[in-house]
Structure formats: structure tokens, C-alpha cells
Design a protein around this ligand. Sequence first.
Ligand SMILES: CC(=O)N[C@H]1[C@@H](OP(=O)(O)OP(=O)(O)OC[C@H]2O[C@@H](n3ccc(=O)[nH]c3=O)[C@H](O)[C@@H]2O)O[C@H](CO)[C@@H](O)[C@@H]1O
Ligand SMILES: C=C(OP(=O)(O)O)C(=O)O
Length: 445
Amino acid sequence: MDKIIVRGGKALAGNVKVSGAKNAVLPIIAAAILAEEGTNVIHDVPALEDVRIICDLLKTLGITLTYDKEVLTINASRVTSVEASYELVRKMRASFLVMGPLLAREGKARVALPGGCAIGTRPIDQHLKGFEAMGAKIEIGQGFIEASVEGRLQGAKIYLDIASVGATENIMMAAALAEGTTVIENAAEEPEIVDLANFLNGMGAKVRGAGTGSIRIEGVERLKGCTHCVIPDRIEAGTFMVAAAITGGDVFVEGAICDHLKSVTAKLREMGVEVDEQENGIRVRSNGRLKAVDVKTLPYPGFPTDMQSQMMALLLASEGTSIVTETVFENRFMHVEEFRRMNANIKIEGRSAIVEGGAKLTGSKVAATDLRAGAALVLAGLVAEGETEVSSLHHIDRGYVQFTEKLRGLGALVERVSPAKEVETEAVEQVKTEPIKVQFSPNFA
Ligand SMILES: CC(=O)N[C@H]1[C@@H](OP(=O)(O)OP(=O)(O)OC[C@H]2O[C@@H](n3ccc(=O)[nH]c3=O)[C@H](O)[C@@H]2O)O[C@H](CO)[C@@H](O)[C@@H]1O
Ligand SMILES: C=C(OP(=O)(O)O)C(=O)O
């Protein structure tokens, strides 16, 4: 299995370009199922494992896709199946996002139960509540959820008990082709919801209010393909902002949208990091002296749970005690155990982690427990003494395009090695100066 080897001690400097947002492109690809005519042309599609999986899923539904140079074309004029298999849903929870579009277009959908994952149980009750309110019959059995409706879905007023990102997206997509108007109250307000709404509207839908807690969707009879550019990934951007701060570096994060990163920017500034918001990106500078701060994850515009572990790495490098409270997911502290292997002093009390900064982190063998945890361990490795070896890289591949290459572009002493190369490393002890080969080259076509 591949590993990332990081040697700490280098201040990062230079320019890094942010890729398209994973969490925007996944629902957008699912929404492409709704286009009964024309072709969707989606730009800035990141070459990620999750993107490959959802593309594979659409192919099993009979849909035609091509992918070249970050441009994905999807022709969904023909849908030959309404079933999302366990094998695909198991690999990626977001596969469940095909349920709304399939139900709205085909009147039925059969999707494997997504189950829990490393960060919590992650129920889907709010998605199902929305579909039922729109007239769908839901049956659960043999590991699948089957949804069906006689005729078209009916517009409805839906109040979400939790401002769930996925439920808001799934219901929005279903409502786009429903008869009448749907109003989602307590809707999630994430930028990815706005991007999805823009894509749906590009296909001819009538979605208003995305980005607020109340979204109104007037159903239309047909949708057709359009051209769309995916927003930049705010979590990838935030990860590189932390990389600059933790190493006492000076990095321009090109393409980052300042508005999407306000909570992250505010916390970095509280810690003493200089954040310069520019039109086409964000420059982050730090002298490496960091103050401890408390962080609480919340739905957008609050501090993102997807930045919690990276922020914890930064707090470990700060002076003083910080409290990190996770309110979005019930079990998103798996990385704490891995940080401890690196000499971190962190205590968990319920939903909070008490992080003692200041102790010198030491390089160690650690494993990514989810994709953000994987990135966070690499960040910690950038300031640890000696060498850190991060394994279980399939997590990182889900959400970061060429992570090691981008870090190396900023001067980080980091590389990805495959088992064959490891042997070589031991044999000749030269690998640290060799250029690394690109490990990930997806072929979606
Ligand atoms: C592909 C994608 O976009 N993933 C993001 C999305 O996940 P996802 O859409 O799964 O996250 P949700 O906003 O739905 O989940 C938030 C909380 O609501 C709970 N919940 C959710 C749905 C439901 O029906 N019932 C319920 O109880 C979840 O268990 C969780 O505790 O938003 C999360 C929260 O910002 C991010 O961490 C993920 O990176
Ligand atoms: C938790 C995440 O993604 P997902 O919802 O796809 O598991 C994430 O992007 O950090």
C-alpha cells in the first residue's frame, strides 16, 4: 500500500492552485441524471476517487460520460437502470444522492443503504422524510431503500430537523421535476448548495433562496443539459492555508473564495496568522508563533467540520491550551489517537478535545482514519521532528487532487511511495531527492 513520507521543518512558500470542490461536484453529477435531453458539460471537475466512483455509478444506470482535462460531459438522455448497488454506495456515501434525481425522473429508485462510517452513524432520515412528504412510498429491506411514486412527485413544505447538506441537496433535486412548489425550511446554507442550485437553474429548474435557510423550488416538466463550472474547494483551500500557517510559511492559495472561508480566516487571524484576502485567492503568512484558540464546528457559515482535524494539527503547534468541540458529527475524533503517536497531548471529554499545544511533535508511523484526518496528519508531519509515515491513503485520494505534488510545489519535503519504491529507498537511500511519479491518473471515459 502507498504511503506518504513527510520530513518536518520546512517553511512552505509559493503558489498553490485550488481544484474544483468535491462536495459541489458530487451532487452536481447526480443532478445531471435529471437532464432528459442535451448534454451537461461540467468544467473544473477534480480528478478524485469519489468523482470516479459516482461516474461509475452513473454508467451502471446507462448514462454516457466522458472525462478529459477536468471537463466532464454527461449525456443522460437514456436511463436504463434505477439501482445503485451496495458495492458503489459502500465505497462512497454520497452515492445516495442519486436517489432524488432517479425518483423524480423515473418514478422509482433502489439504492443500497449507505450505513455508517468512521465519523459517525450518519442517518438519512431527513432525505426520506422529504421524499415521503412529496408523495413517495419508501420501503426498506435486504439492505436497500426503495422509493416509488405514482405519477410525478408533488411539491411540499418540508422542515428539516437538522440542516443536513445531503438532505437539502437530494430534496432540491427531486423537487426540480416535481409538480408544484416545494419549500425546504431549515435548509443547509453551504456554498455547495448554491452551486448545485445554479447548476439546476442552468438546466432549466426554478430554484430560489439557495444559500439561505429557506429554499423554494418550483417544479418544471423537463430539464436539459447545460454548461457549468464547479466552485473551488474551500476545504482544500483551508487545508493549504493551515499548511502555510503551521510551517511559518508564506503561501498564496490561488482560486480560494474569501467569502467561503470566513470562519477559517477568522480563527487563523485569532491565532496570529496574517491572512490577506485578495480577489483571486488568499495569501497566508505566519512567523510560526501561534496562539491557542477554541474552535467549535457548526453548519455553514460556522467553522466546517471538514477542517476540524487540520485545525487540530495547527493547535498542536500553538502555545497554550485549546478546546475543539465537534457538534456536526458524533465521532469525528479518530485522528486524536494518531496524533498521540506523534507525541501530541490531547484529551477527549465528550464532544470536546482538549489540545495542549507547545510539545514538540515527533515523526511516527500513523494511519489516515478519514480523508481530512489523513491531510491533518500530513500537516502535523510538516512540523514534526524527523520522518512521519502516513498510510491508508485511499482516504486522502477521495478528496485531494495530487496532494503531495501540490505540497512539494510549495517546497515541502513530502513524497508518496509505493511498496516497490520503499524497497528501493531502503536499498539506495536516495529516494528523498528523486522526483516522484504521479500516482493517480483516473480514466473515466
Ligand atoms: C459529499 C458531501 O457533501 N459531504 C459533506 C456533507 O455530508 P452530509 O451531507 O452527509 O452531511 P449532513 O449535513 O447531512 O450531516 C450533518 C449531520 O446531520 C446528521 N443527519 C444527516 C442527514 C439525515 O437525514 N439525518 C441526520 O441525522 C448527520 O448524521 C450529521 O451528524 O456535509 C458534511 C457537513 O458539512 C460534510 O462534513 C461532508 O463533507
Ligand atoms: C466527510 C467528508 O466527505 P463525505 O461526506 O463524502 O464522507 C469530507 O469531505 O470531509
